[in-house]
Design a protein around this ligand. Structure first.
Ligand code: AMP
Length: 114
């Protein structure tokens, strides 16, 4: 949608370090990485947040998580460990209103998260 940064990346109008892309999903490096591996996995379609996933998006979450898992493997953190994060809403700090899964790895990750 107009004004959405991640829609701009999907359309190729905003530069990004894309690591994986298919018909439904794009994965690219976070511009402000919080870990040695920090990749965002997003649907090409604009879905504002996890709260906005509807029946019409059947299979989308499966594919997002599967791509995130494959990215972790490709980035070499499959065995050392990684974390998938989906921030939803203001208290979780969601700052881009286009559904995205963070793939974080390459260092020890504190639990519980902040
Ligand atoms: P969240 O805070 O969960 O909404 O995550 C949004 C993430 O998008 C943050 O980690 C930002 O660093 C990242 N981000 C924002 N703009 C860009 C961009 N143009 N390219 C790559 N990552 C971005």
């Amino acid at each position: 949608v107009a004004g959405c940064i991640f829609c701009g990346i999907v359309r190729g109008e905003i530069p990004a370090r894309i690591v994986r892309s298919d018909d439904d999903i794009v994965a690219f490096r976070d511009i402000n990485p919080m870990a040695p591996v920090h990749v965002l996995v997003i649907p090409r379609e604009h879905v504002a947040s996890l709260n906005h996933v509807e029946a019409e998006h059947a299979g989308l979450l499966d594919r997002l998580v599967a791509v995130a898992r494959d990215v972790a493997k490709a980035e070499g953190v499959s065995e050392s460990g990684y974390r998938l994060v989906v921030n939803v809403g203001p208290q979780a700090g969601q700052s881009v209103d286009h559904l995205h899964v963070h793939v974080l790895g390459g260092r020890d990750l504190a639990w519980p998260p902040g």
